[in-house]
Design a protein around this ligand. Sequence first.
Ligand code: NGQ
Ligand code: ZN
Length: 456
Amino acid sequence: MTAAQTLHCQQILLPEGWASDVAVTIDGNGIITAIEAGAARSAASASTAGPVVPALHNLHSHAFQRAMAGLAEVAGSTDDSFWTWRDMMYRLVGRMSPDDIEATAAKLYSELLKGGFGHIVEFHYFHHALGGVRYENPAETSLRILRAAQTTGIGLTHLPVFYAHAGFGATAPGEGQKPFIHSVDEFLTLLEALHPETAAAGAKLGLAIHSLRAATPDEMRAVLAAEKTGGPIHIHVAEQEREVEDCLAWSSRRPVEFLLDEIPVDSRWCAIHATHMTAGETQQLARSGAVAGLCPATEANLGDGIFPVTDFMSHGGAIGIGTDSHVATTVSEELRLLEYGQRLRDRRRNRIASGAGASVGRTLFDAALKGGAQAAGLETMGIRVGARADLVVLDGNNPFIGTASGDQILGRWLFALGNEAVRDVMAAGRWVVRDGRHEREEEIDRAFREVLRKLA
Ligand code: NGQ
Ligand code: ZN
């Protein structure tokens, strides 16, 4: 609980557009209770140091992978791929303890807040110790994720992941995958145990199926029939061409085609990556109501390919952004790369724009806000009455930001600056980032440094 407060914002991005001289009132629970236009500065308890935009939702994260970010950029052979990276990932971070996972997640979440994210959707599959050895509490590592979110103040949608096999046709998991594996019953027990825990932590609960590789259709149906989260459902799908080939060999259908045929995919769903689709699949996925969960920096880093954003959006498809393996941790980097991928493919400019005269930055930002909130299972989003006060204050002292108005502000931040444009971040009514520093940065760094020393 914090005290109720009223913030005066000289420029602010509201759901209906940019507005000036707006007073935002936030109650002691961090919920916006009033938004008043034409307000005088003197009526507010504080004023912001620059333009205010809503914090975005980060719809895809494997927090523990932040510990190895930047360390896999060494050639193993001339044929390094997603699959060789994955082996390296199992090796480098597969032996992390619950303490290590919590410290790494806290570091990551503090960085994400500084990058302009106010909410994280954690796709959590690291359930057990090395070799698949069970912890005394089956929810141990999930609880560490909840704690890390509370430490940093970021909003959380927790998605425990069902993972059972190495590949199509229920092949046995490799040694490196054993810390991720559940039977259907074990998984449902975990979900059940997490209902009260997530509620107590103020987090949302949903679930994920790791991929069509990791779960059989029967297992997926059993999990979906029994789960009672009411939250979002995420799945990795068609990220790599080899997954498409393997899926075709196994089922004579492509992954997205198979998923949409076999499972009732709707707006509760988020298809992570969905990189490799035919035009027909793109249209069908858009029409299903599912969000496409795009992670542009990781997709570039892993050599995945380019998602058909322009096509997908032209069919009404919803998109959101995630930072996945966390080689990038900022809103600006992800949105910029998302647009640049389309430009590099088309050899044209300004691809993701809602029409002539539309700002690319604004189109990207609005789309990621809407799709991100949907994929996080939140009913409300943006700066409006009833929503959580998750606000980003851009730096009015920065000459680029201070002289810009309206959508130019997003253009400057997303295409020409980066985190130096982000000054203060409020999460649920609390200033967790001030002047580019997280309020608990020192203790978070101390614990994280220990993890890195141990893993080295
Ligand atoms: C993951 N990551 O689960 O962490 C995956 C790699 C897999 C990304 N796809 C492992 N970026 O898909 O099997
Ligand atoms: Zn992922």
